[in-house]
Design a protein around this ligand. Structure first.
Ligand code: G16
Length: 531
């Protein structure tokens, strides 16, 4: 049979439902029962992408991250562990929407020709999935697509999204001077734990940190990581039930805590000033929180993590004696206004991009060290190859410089530089707090968040909402932005924006104002404009 014929035969087992698909903020994401045809076609896209990249490995992750248990999703990982290059998203969207198996095969061949892909360049694809009930069947759909092209994927099983990003980068850099590590989970755990232990040497024993794993894949993986960390840290794990599918992200996890600005109900008697953290369903986001002595909840979100990391790295660079090192922070419109002011006060450049790791990651590449975090806890720190070389080659002049340099080098190993990684970020925060001997309230006191509120609005068609200025303003529907501006002008320190979600069928409304009551009211009033 020709390739066209094998694709058509295999594709016929995955008929397209009557639905229009779109590669969104983080790939395709929707109710799992709508996804088999999409995942099959993403398998074909992955093969094309790998061949386009000269036969390098690409990754396919089956996950819907923070979404509810009935959803699932699929996203592609590029050879250096980054999100799929945006120009390719349109090919994915077109393949997913092809009306017939014949059209799927035709479009596959068209792309092969367009990119002049040689038949002798073999595609290499790795696959991983989260713990959702629907994930194994979707992995089967992906494997069926690859098998129709005579490709045997490397299946890494149930892994966190950032672990798969790590593995992809390792596979493609093995044996080069940019080798990123062993392309195995053991390699991942060993790399993180060795760097962490090095950084914690000589630090006094810390109180435990309690981690809510959203009943997702982060639970078992954190359990494994703990074995490698030994007694260098005490981590208490909660919400780690991956057997009861309905519990995933339910009343727990990073999104629940960030949006609701409250503890997961599973934490019934929080210890004042103890450290708590929540991961999301695929462990690529983390937020911290604590209660103070009067039992009031305080959130330490992605903005707080970004400012903590940026100031720590700046200090380490200075203490190492490295000059002319440019560090910048990348945020989105959701960043709290006071976090942006704080970063500016530190004298660091700060830029705002649209939501979605791909945008932040890209902007962070402009610096020697780019710290990017979304307020929802998704983020990491990137060191350019030039910066890594300078750190490696730098000759310290004093024992203090030498010690700072050693720590800086270990940080570059501890941080998963492919994508935001909740497990790596957890260890990063723990290291910094240990080095500063800070309790969570001391960390929190760097700046005070402006009261804010995030709302979801269900609308008839979220695609009519078009944005500009890094999603801070609406261009369509016409006139709506003027109405929002008029409302905002009535509040001191008021700010609000509306944008369509790329992962859920909703429109998001964000508002900030001088008091919590005003922020809630502004969000409600803006939301009311959408109906
Ligand atoms: C994904 C993206 C994030 C984004 C989030 C919400 O996170 O990776 O960059 O902030 O969705 O996006 P939206 O507001 O467009 O729905 P995750 O953790 O769900 O993969």
């Amino acid at each position: 049979m020709s390739t066209q014929e094998t694709i058509i035969a295999a594709s016929s087992a995955y008929p397209k439902p009557n639905q229009t698909f779109q590669y969104g903020t983080a790939g395709f994401r929707m109710k799992a029962d709508l996804l088999p045809s999409v995942v099959f076609r993403v398998g074909l896209l992955a093969a094309l992408r790998s061949r386009f990249k000269g036969g390098q490995y690409v990754g396919v992750m089956i996950t819907a991250s923070h979404n509810p248990p009935a959803d699932n999703g699929v996203k592609l990982i590029d050879p250096l562990g980054e999100m799929l290059e945006s120009s390719w998203e349109a090919y994915g969207t077109k393949l997913a929407n092809a009306a017939s198996d014949q059209e799927v095969a035709d479009y596959y061949s068209q792309l092969e020709q367009e990119f002049n892909l040689k038949p002798d360049v073999e595609a290499k694809v790795v696959v991983g999935c989260d713990t959702r009930e629907s994930s194994p069947a979707l992995v089967d759909a992906l494997v069926a697509a690859l098998n129709s092209l005579s490709i045997k994927p490397n299946d890494y099983g149930t892994v966190t999204t950032p672990q798969l990003h790590y593995v992809v980068r390792c596979l493609n850099t093995q044996g080069t001077d940019r080798a990123y590590g062993e392309p195995t989970l053991e390699g991942y755990f060993t790399k993180l734990s060795a760097a962490f232990k090095g950084l914690m040497k000589g630090k006094s024993t810390r109180t435990p940190v309690t981690v809510d794993c959203a009943n997702g894949v982060g639970g078992p993986q954190l359990g494994l990581l703990k074995k490698y960390l030994g007694d260098s840290i005490t981590i208490e794990v909660t919400n780690e039930d991956v057997q009861t599918y309905s519990k995933l992200n339910y009343q727990c996890g990073a999104d629940f805590v960030k949006v609701g600005q409250r503890l997961p109900p599973s934490i019934t008697s929080p210890q004042p000033l103890a450290r708590y953290a929540s991961l999301d369903g695929d462990a690529d986001r983390i937020v911290y929180y604590y209660v103070d002595k009067s039992n009031t909840f305080h959130l330490l979100d992605g903005d707080k993590i970004a400012t903590l990391a940026a100031s720590f790295i700046v200090d380490l660079v200075r203490a190492s004696g490295i000059a002319d090192f440019n560090l910048g922070v990348v945020q989105t419109a959701y960043a709290n206004g006071n976090s942006t002011k704080y970063i500016e006060k530190l004298g660091l450049p700060v830029v705002c991009t649209p939501t979605g790791v791909k945008h932040l990651h890209h902007a962070a590449l402009a610096y020697d060290c780019g710290v990017y975090f979304e307020a929802n806890g998704h983020g990491t720190v990137l060191f350019s190859s030039d910066a890594l070389a300078r750190i490696q080659e730098h000759n310290p002049n004093t024992p203090a410089e030498s010690s700072a340099l050693k720590n800086l080098t270990a940080l570059t190993e501890l941080i998963n530089q492919t994508v935001g990684d909740a497990l790596s970020d957890l260890l990063l925060v723990e290291v910094i707090l240990a080095h500063k001997s800070w309790t969570p309230d001391q960390w929190d006191s760097c700046y005070t968040d402006l009261p804010n509120k995030l709302e979801k609005a269900e609308v008839a068609d979220r695609n009519i909402y078009k944005t500009t200025d890094a999603e801070r303003k609406l261009t369509e529907p016409k006139g709506l932005q003027d109405q929002i501006d008029a409302l905002v002008s009535k509040y001191s320190n008021g700010r609000s924006f509306v944008r369509p979600s790329g992962t859920e069928n909703v429109v998001r409304v964000y508002a900030e104002a001088g008091t919590k009551g005003e922020a809630d009211e502004l969000a409600q009033k803006v939301k009311a404009l959408l109906n």
